[in-house]
Write a protein that binds this ligand. Structure first.
Ligand SMILES: [Zn+2]
Length: 75
């Protein structure tokens, strides 16, 4: 069960390490998903939704961010 989306968005905006791995942020406008601690600029609230796992993000067609490597760093 995911925490409240507004709480997650606040964590994303703050890059709060306490939320690392608890949820992933999917950005509708870019088709990218991120760790909540991603160093990239935070997308607008209305464009961000949250998933509990990397698998959920991938299943919906989002691609992993190249700043924070939510699916793990490539070899
Ligand atoms: Zn990212």
């Amino acid at each position: 069960m995911l925490p409240d989306a507004d709480l997650l968005y606040a964590a994303l905006a703050a890059r709060d390490p306490a939320f690392e791995g608890r949820a992933f942020a999917c950005v509708r406008t870019t088709g990218i998903f991120c760790r909540l601690t991603c160093p990239a600029r935070t997308a607008k609230r209305g464009n961000v939704s949250f998933r509990a796992s990397v698998a959920d993000c991938l299943a919906e067609g989002f691609r992993p961010c190249r700043r924070c490597f939510p699916a793990g760093r490539p070899d």
